[in-house]
Design a protein around this ligand. Sequence first.
Ligand SMILES: NC(=O)c1ccc[n+]([C@@H]2O[C@H](COP(=O)([O-])OP(=O)(O)OC[C@H]3O[C@@H](n4cnc5c(N)ncnc54)[C@H](OP(=O)(O)O)[C@@H]3O)[C@@H](O)[C@H]2O)c1
Length: 332
Amino acid sequence: MYVADDKRYDSMQYRRSGRSGIQLPAVSLGLWHNFGGVDNFENSRAMLRRAFDLGITHFDLANNYGPPYGSAEETFGQILKKDFLPYRDELMISTKAGWDMWPGPYGDLGSRKYLLASLDQSLKRMGLEYVDIFYHHRPDPDTPMEESMGALDTAVRSGRALYAGISAYNAKQTSEAVKILRDLGTHCLIHQPKYSMFVRDPEQGLFDVLEKEGVGSIVFSPLAQGLLSDRYLKGIPSDSRAARDFFLKKKDIGEAALAKVRALNEIAAQRGQTLAEMAVAWVLRHPRVTSALVGTSKVSQVDDNVAALKNLKFSAEELRKIDGILAGKQSA
Ligand SMILES: NC(=O)c1ccc[n+]([C@@H]2O[C@H](COP(=O)([O-])OP(=O)(O)OC[C@H]3O[C@@H](n4cnc5c(N)ncnc54)[C@H](OP(=O)(O)O)[C@@H]3O)[C@@H](O)[C@H]2O)c1
Protein backbone atom coordinates (compact mmCIF):
# COMPACT_ATOMS: atom_id res chain seq x y z
CA MET A 1 0.00 0.00 0.00
CA TYR A 2 1.25 3.49 -0.84
CA VAL A 3 1.73 5.80 2.08
CA ALA A 4 2.67 9.35 1.12
CA ASP A 5 5.90 10.77 2.51
CA ASP A 6 5.05 12.65 5.68
CA LYS A 7 7.67 15.27 4.76
CA ARG A 8 5.89 16.06 1.49
CA TYR A 9 5.03 19.61 2.47
CA ASP A 10 8.45 20.48 3.88
CA SER A 11 10.21 21.91 0.83
CA MET A 12 7.69 22.54 -1.98
CA GLN A 13 6.71 26.17 -2.46
CA TYR A 14 3.05 27.10 -2.92
CA ARG A 15 1.98 30.21 -4.80
CA ARG A 16 -1.41 31.86 -4.84
CA SER A 17 -3.40 31.64 -8.05
CA GLY A 18 -4.35 35.28 -8.68
CA ARG A 19 -6.94 36.68 -6.28
CA SER A 20 -8.31 33.38 -4.98
CA GLY A 21 -8.11 31.01 -2.06
CA ILE A 22 -6.10 28.47 -4.02
CA GLN A 23 -2.35 27.99 -3.75
CA LEU A 24 -0.67 25.75 -6.27
CA PRO A 25 2.71 24.03 -6.06
CA ALA A 26 5.42 25.94 -7.92
CA VAL A 27 5.85 22.78 -10.01
CA SER A 28 2.79 20.88 -11.22
CA LEU A 29 2.68 17.65 -13.22
CA GLY A 30 0.86 17.26 -16.53
CA LEU A 31 -0.30 13.92 -17.95
CA TRP A 32 -0.32 14.78 -21.66
CA HIS A 33 2.42 12.24 -22.48
CA ASN A 34 3.55 9.01 -20.77
CA PHE A 35 0.27 8.25 -18.97
CA GLY A 36 -1.70 6.79 -21.87
CA GLY A 37 -2.97 3.30 -22.49
CA VAL A 38 0.15 2.63 -24.60
CA ASP A 39 2.51 3.60 -21.76
CA ASN A 40 3.97 1.58 -18.90
CA PHE A 41 1.41 1.74 -16.07
CA GLU A 42 3.93 1.20 -13.26
CA ASN A 43 6.15 3.99 -14.58
CA SER A 44 3.16 6.37 -14.70
CA ARG A 45 2.26 5.33 -11.17
CA ALA A 46 5.82 5.79 -9.89
CA MET A 47 5.98 9.32 -11.33
CA LEU A 48 2.70 10.33 -9.68
CA ARG A 49 3.77 8.88 -6.33
CA ARG A 50 7.14 10.61 -6.47
CA ALA A 51 5.50 13.88 -7.45
CA PHE A 52 3.08 13.79 -4.52
CA ASP A 53 5.88 12.78 -2.14
CA LEU A 54 7.69 15.95 -3.22
CA GLY A 55 4.67 18.15 -2.55
CA ILE A 56 3.25 18.31 -6.08
CA THR A 57 -0.43 18.53 -5.24
CA HIS A 58 -1.64 19.45 -8.70
CA PHE A 59 -2.10 17.02 -11.60
CA ASP A 60 -3.29 18.33 -14.95
CA LEU A 61 -5.26 16.28 -17.47
CA ALA A 62 -7.47 16.73 -20.53
CA ASN A 63 -10.16 14.61 -22.13
CA ASN A 64 -7.96 13.60 -25.06
CA TYR A 65 -4.64 12.87 -23.32
CA GLY A 66 -3.38 9.41 -24.14
CA PRO A 67 -3.04 7.84 -26.61
CA PRO A 68 -5.67 6.63 -27.12
CA TYR A 69 -7.84 9.62 -26.27
CA GLY A 70 -9.27 9.36 -22.76
CA SER A 71 -6.72 6.81 -21.59
CA ALA A 72 -4.60 9.19 -19.48
CA GLU A 73 -7.74 9.91 -17.45
CA GLU A 74 -8.37 6.17 -17.17
CA THR A 75 -4.79 5.52 -16.02
CA PHE A 76 -5.07 8.39 -13.56
CA GLY A 77 -8.40 7.03 -12.29
CA GLN A 78 -6.86 3.61 -11.65
CA ILE A 79 -3.86 5.09 -9.83
CA LEU A 80 -6.12 7.38 -7.83
CA LYS A 81 -8.14 4.37 -6.71
CA LYS A 82 -5.05 2.33 -5.79
CA ASP A 83 -2.93 5.06 -4.19
CA PHE A 84 -4.47 8.47 -3.75
CA LEU A 85 -8.06 8.17 -2.54
CA PRO A 86 -7.09 8.89 1.09
CA TYR A 87 -5.43 12.06 -0.22
CA ARG A 88 -8.22 13.33 -2.50
CA ASP A 89 -8.71 16.51 -0.48
CA GLU A 90 -4.98 17.27 -0.72
CA LEU A 91 -5.10 17.22 -4.52
CA MET A 92 -6.00 19.70 -7.23
CA ILE A 93 -7.05 17.68 -10.29
CA SER A 94 -7.85 19.47 -13.52
CA THR A 95 -9.22 18.45 -16.86
CA LYS A 96 -10.15 20.21 -20.07
CA ALA A 97 -12.23 20.03 -23.22
CA GLY A 98 -11.85 22.05 -26.38
CA TRP A 99 -9.82 19.94 -28.81
CA ASP A 100 -11.09 17.02 -30.88
CA MET A 101 -12.40 14.20 -28.72
CA TRP A 102 -15.15 12.23 -30.47
CA PRO A 103 -16.47 12.21 -34.03
CA GLY A 104 -19.19 14.49 -35.33
CA PRO A 105 -20.06 18.11 -34.63
CA TYR A 106 -20.47 17.75 -30.83
CA GLY A 107 -17.04 16.36 -29.93
CA ASP A 108 -14.78 19.37 -30.52
CA LEU A 109 -14.38 23.14 -29.93
CA GLY A 110 -16.64 25.13 -27.60
CA SER A 111 -20.35 24.31 -27.58
CA ARG A 112 -22.18 23.88 -24.30
CA LYS A 113 -23.19 20.41 -25.45
CA TYR A 114 -19.57 19.32 -26.03
CA LEU A 115 -18.06 20.86 -22.90
CA LEU A 116 -20.57 19.46 -20.42
CA ALA A 117 -20.83 16.01 -22.03
CA SER A 118 -17.03 15.82 -22.11
CA LEU A 119 -16.74 16.78 -18.45
CA ASP A 120 -19.23 14.04 -17.52
CA GLN A 121 -17.14 11.53 -19.50
CA SER A 122 -13.92 12.72 -17.81
CA LEU A 123 -15.43 12.32 -14.35
CA LYS A 124 -16.49 8.77 -15.21
CA ARG A 125 -13.05 7.83 -16.58
CA MET A 126 -11.29 9.16 -13.49
CA GLY A 127 -13.88 7.83 -11.04
CA LEU A 128 -14.34 11.30 -9.56
CA GLU A 129 -17.41 13.17 -8.37
CA TYR A 130 -15.84 16.49 -9.26
CA VAL A 131 -12.65 17.96 -10.69
CA ASP A 132 -10.97 20.90 -9.04
CA ILE A 133 -10.51 22.88 -12.24
CA PHE A 134 -12.36 22.53 -15.53
CA TYR A 135 -10.83 24.37 -18.48
CA HIS A 136 -11.95 25.40 -21.88
CA HIS A 137 -8.86 24.08 -23.68
CA ARG A 138 -8.81 26.63 -26.50
CA PRO A 139 -10.96 29.47 -27.80
CA ASP A 140 -13.55 28.60 -30.44
CA PRO A 141 -13.94 31.46 -32.93
CA ASP A 142 -17.34 30.22 -34.13
CA THR A 143 -19.13 29.69 -30.82
CA PRO A 144 -20.27 32.77 -28.89
CA MET A 145 -17.96 33.09 -25.91
CA GLU A 146 -21.05 33.47 -23.71
CA GLU A 147 -21.96 29.88 -24.57
CA SER A 148 -18.53 28.37 -23.73
CA MET A 149 -18.20 30.43 -20.54
CA GLY A 150 -21.81 29.61 -19.66
CA ALA A 151 -20.85 25.93 -19.81
CA LEU A 152 -17.91 26.52 -17.43
CA ASP A 153 -20.22 28.41 -15.09
CA THR A 154 -22.71 25.51 -15.19
CA ALA A 155 -19.87 23.04 -14.51
CA VAL A 156 -19.05 24.98 -11.35
CA ARG A 157 -22.64 25.61 -10.25
CA SER A 158 -23.59 21.97 -10.72
CA GLY A 159 -20.66 20.85 -8.55
CA ARG A 160 -18.88 18.96 -11.32
CA ALA A 161 -15.95 21.40 -11.00
CA LEU A 162 -14.84 23.65 -8.16
CA TYR A 163 -13.16 26.26 -10.36
CA ALA A 164 -13.12 27.40 -13.98
CA GLY A 165 -10.08 28.00 -16.18
CA ILE A 166 -9.19 28.85 -19.75
CA SER A 167 -6.26 27.85 -21.90
CA ALA A 168 -4.62 29.31 -25.00
CA TYR A 169 -6.89 32.39 -24.99
CA ASN A 170 -5.01 35.51 -26.08
CA ALA A 171 -5.00 38.73 -24.05
CA LYS A 172 -8.14 40.17 -25.63
CA GLN A 173 -10.08 36.92 -25.52
CA THR A 174 -9.01 36.49 -21.89
CA SER A 175 -10.37 39.92 -20.90
CA GLU A 176 -13.69 39.04 -22.51
CA ALA A 177 -13.91 35.55 -21.03
CA VAL A 178 -13.04 36.72 -17.52
CA LYS A 179 -15.71 39.42 -17.71
CA ILE A 180 -18.40 37.05 -18.98
CA LEU A 181 -17.61 34.60 -16.19
CA ARG A 182 -17.60 37.38 -13.62
CA ASP A 183 -21.00 38.62 -14.80
CA LEU A 184 -22.28 35.06 -14.38
CA GLY A 185 -20.89 35.04 -10.84
CA THR A 186 -17.94 32.69 -11.43
CA HIS A 187 -14.34 33.83 -11.01
CA CYS A 188 -11.83 32.59 -13.58
CA LEU A 189 -9.25 30.92 -11.33
CA ILE A 190 -6.50 30.37 -13.81
CA HIS A 191 -5.18 30.66 -17.33
CA GLN A 192 -2.98 27.99 -18.91
CA PRO A 193 -0.71 29.50 -21.58
CA LYS A 194 2.37 28.08 -23.30
CA TYR A 195 5.46 29.82 -21.88
CA SER A 196 9.17 29.04 -21.87
CA MET A 197 12.48 30.65 -22.79
CA PHE A 198 11.64 29.70 -26.38
CA VAL A 199 7.98 30.85 -26.39
CA ARG A 200 7.44 34.20 -24.72
CA ASP A 201 4.05 35.29 -26.13
CA PRO A 202 2.32 35.81 -22.75
CA GLU A 203 4.75 38.67 -22.06
CA GLN A 204 3.03 40.61 -24.89
CA GLY A 205 -0.10 41.59 -22.95
CA LEU A 206 -1.58 38.37 -21.52
CA PHE A 207 0.30 38.57 -18.21
CA ASP A 208 -0.87 42.20 -17.79
CA VAL A 209 -4.50 41.14 -18.25
CA LEU A 210 -4.07 38.33 -15.71
CA GLU A 211 -2.58 40.74 -13.19
CA LYS A 212 -5.40 43.25 -13.67
CA GLU A 213 -8.11 40.60 -13.42
CA GLY A 214 -6.57 38.67 -10.52
CA VAL A 215 -6.26 35.45 -12.52
CA GLY A 216 -3.40 33.01 -11.89
CA SER A 217 -1.36 31.31 -14.58
CA ILE A 218 0.04 27.82 -14.90
CA VAL A 219 2.42 27.73 -17.81
CA PHE A 220 2.69 24.65 -19.98
CA SER A 221 5.72 23.18 -21.76
CA PRO A 222 8.24 25.24 -19.73
CA LEU A 223 10.96 22.90 -21.07
CA ALA A 224 9.74 23.39 -24.65
CA GLN A 225 8.79 19.68 -24.61
CA GLY A 226 12.27 18.67 -23.47
CA LEU A 227 14.34 20.78 -25.82
CA LEU A 228 15.31 23.04 -22.91
CA SER A 229 17.26 20.27 -21.17
CA ASP A 230 20.40 18.29 -21.84
CA ARG A 231 18.30 15.57 -23.53
CA TYR A 232 19.25 16.43 -27.12
CA LEU A 233 22.82 17.64 -26.73
CA LYS A 234 24.27 14.39 -28.08
CA GLY A 235 21.61 13.51 -30.66
CA ILE A 236 18.03 12.28 -30.39
CA PRO A 237 17.69 9.48 -27.80
CA SER A 238 15.43 6.63 -28.94
CA ASP A 239 13.17 6.96 -25.87
CA SER A 240 12.67 10.74 -26.26
CA ARG A 241 9.63 12.71 -27.39
CA ALA A 242 11.47 13.95 -30.48
CA ALA A 243 12.19 10.34 -31.50
CA ARG A 244 8.41 9.89 -31.87
CA ASP A 245 8.56 12.85 -34.29
CA PHE A 246 4.99 13.96 -33.72
CA PHE A 247 4.38 16.69 -31.13
CA LEU A 248 8.09 17.49 -30.97
CA LYS A 249 9.55 17.11 -34.44
CA LYS A 250 13.05 15.93 -35.28
CA LYS A 251 13.37 18.97 -37.51
CA ASP A 252 12.89 21.21 -34.43
CA ILE A 253 16.17 19.87 -33.04
CA GLY A 254 18.22 21.71 -35.67
CA GLU A 255 21.60 23.37 -35.26
CA ALA A 256 20.15 26.85 -34.60
CA ALA A 257 18.10 25.58 -31.65
CA LEU A 258 20.95 23.40 -30.36
CA ALA A 259 23.40 26.32 -30.41
CA LYS A 260 21.05 28.18 -28.06
CA VAL A 261 20.51 25.09 -25.92
CA ARG A 262 24.29 24.61 -25.55
CA ALA A 263 24.83 28.24 -24.54
CA LEU A 264 21.92 28.10 -22.08
CA ASN A 265 23.30 24.85 -20.71
CA GLU A 266 26.54 26.66 -19.86
CA ILE A 267 24.69 29.36 -17.96
CA ALA A 268 22.74 26.69 -16.09
CA ALA A 269 26.02 24.97 -15.15
CA GLN A 270 27.41 28.28 -13.87
CA ARG A 271 24.29 28.54 -11.69
CA GLY A 272 24.86 25.00 -10.42
CA GLN A 273 21.73 23.75 -12.19
CA THR A 274 20.80 21.40 -14.99
CA LEU A 275 19.28 23.19 -17.97
CA ALA A 276 15.89 21.62 -17.16
CA GLU A 277 16.12 23.11 -13.65
CA MET A 278 17.04 26.51 -15.04
CA ALA A 279 14.16 26.35 -17.56
CA VAL A 280 11.70 25.75 -14.72
CA ALA A 281 13.30 28.45 -12.56
CA TRP A 282 13.23 30.90 -15.47
CA VAL A 283 9.44 30.72 -15.93
CA LEU A 284 8.92 30.95 -12.17
CA ARG A 285 10.96 34.17 -12.04
CA HIS A 286 7.98 35.94 -13.60
CA PRO A 287 5.68 37.32 -10.90
CA ARG A 288 2.57 36.42 -12.90
CA VAL A 289 3.46 32.72 -13.09
CA THR A 290 1.75 30.69 -10.38
CA SER A 291 3.06 27.26 -11.38
CA ALA A 292 5.33 25.60 -13.95
CA LEU A 293 3.41 22.73 -15.54
CA VAL A 294 5.98 20.14 -16.54
CA GLY A 295 5.71 16.75 -18.19
CA THR A 296 7.99 13.83 -17.35
CA SER A 297 8.81 10.42 -18.77
CA LYS A 298 10.73 9.10 -15.76
CA VAL A 299 10.90 9.54 -12.00
CA SER A 300 14.36 11.14 -12.19
CA GLN A 301 12.87 13.99 -14.27
CA VAL A 302 10.30 14.68 -11.53
CA ASP A 303 13.20 14.99 -9.07
CA ASP A 304 15.21 17.19 -11.41
CA ASN A 305 12.34 19.57 -12.15
CA VAL A 306 11.48 20.02 -8.49
CA ALA A 307 15.17 20.59 -7.70
CA ALA A 308 14.80 23.82 -9.72
CA LEU A 309 13.29 25.36 -6.59
CA LYS A 310 16.69 25.33 -4.88
CA ASN A 311 17.76 28.29 -7.00
CA LEU A 312 15.02 30.55 -8.35
CA LYS A 313 17.01 33.79 -8.25
CA PHE A 314 18.50 35.24 -11.42
CA SER A 315 20.93 38.13 -11.45
CA ALA A 316 20.31 40.95 -13.94
CA GLU A 317 23.48 39.84 -15.69
CA GLU A 318 22.23 36.25 -16.07
CA LEU A 319 18.90 37.43 -17.45
CA ARG A 320 20.67 39.74 -19.89
CA LYS A 321 22.87 36.88 -21.10
CA ILE A 322 19.87 34.58 -21.49
CA ASP A 323 17.99 37.22 -23.50
CA GLY A 324 21.06 37.62 -25.72
CA ILE A 325 21.27 33.88 -26.34
CA LEU A 326 17.56 33.62 -27.10
CA ALA A 327 17.87 36.50 -29.56
CA GLY A 328 20.71 34.57 -31.21
CA LYS A 329 23.11 37.42 -30.45
CA GLN A 330 25.64 35.93 -28.09
CA SER A 331 26.98 32.79 -26.51
CA ALA A 332 27.27 32.19 -22.78
N1 LIG B 1 -3.30 23.71 -22.44
C1 LIG B 1 -2.70 23.18 -23.46
O1 LIG B 1 -3.07 23.39 -24.62
C2 LIG B 1 -1.52 22.28 -23.23
C3 LIG B 1 -0.67 21.93 -24.29
C4 LIG B 1 0.45 21.15 -24.01
C5 LIG B 1 0.70 20.73 -22.68
N2 LIG B 1 -0.18 21.06 -21.69
C6 LIG B 1 0.03 20.61 -20.30
O2 LIG B 1 1.36 20.89 -19.92
C7 LIG B 1 1.99 19.68 -19.48
C8 LIG B 1 3.45 19.74 -19.76
O3 LIG B 1 3.69 19.84 -21.16
P1 LIG B 1 5.00 19.22 -21.76
O4 LIG B 1 5.01 17.77 -21.45
O5 LIG B 1 5.13 19.67 -23.16
O6 LIG B 1 6.10 19.97 -20.82
P2 LIG B 1 7.65 20.08 -20.81
O7 LIG B 1 7.99 19.99 -19.35
O8 LIG B 1 8.07 21.27 -21.56
O9 LIG B 1 8.22 18.78 -21.57
C9 LIG B 1 8.15 17.52 -20.97
C10 LIG B 1 9.19 16.60 -21.61
O10 LIG B 1 10.49 17.12 -21.41
C11 LIG B 1 11.40 16.09 -21.06
N3 LIG B 1 11.84 16.36 -19.68
C12 LIG B 1 11.10 16.68 -18.61
N4 LIG B 1 11.88 16.87 -17.54
C13 LIG B 1 13.14 16.69 -17.94
C14 LIG B 1 14.38 16.77 -17.29
N5 LIG B 1 14.46 17.09 -15.99
N6 LIG B 1 15.51 16.52 -18.00
C15 LIG B 1 15.44 16.20 -19.32
N7 LIG B 1 14.28 16.11 -20.00
C16 LIG B 1 13.14 16.36 -19.31
C17 LIG B 1 10.63 14.79 -21.16
O11 LIG B 1 10.78 14.36 -22.50
P3 LIG B 1 11.10 12.85 -22.87
O12 LIG B 1 9.73 12.23 -22.98
O13 LIG B 1 11.80 12.99 -24.18
O14 LIG B 1 11.93 12.27 -21.78
C18 LIG B 1 9.21 15.23 -20.93
O15 LIG B 1 8.26 14.35 -21.50
C19 LIG B 1 1.22 18.59 -20.22
O16 LIG B 1 1.35 17.32 -19.59
C20 LIG B 1 -0.17 19.11 -20.12
O17 LIG B 1 -0.70 18.86 -18.85
C21 LIG B 1 -1.26 21.84 -21.95
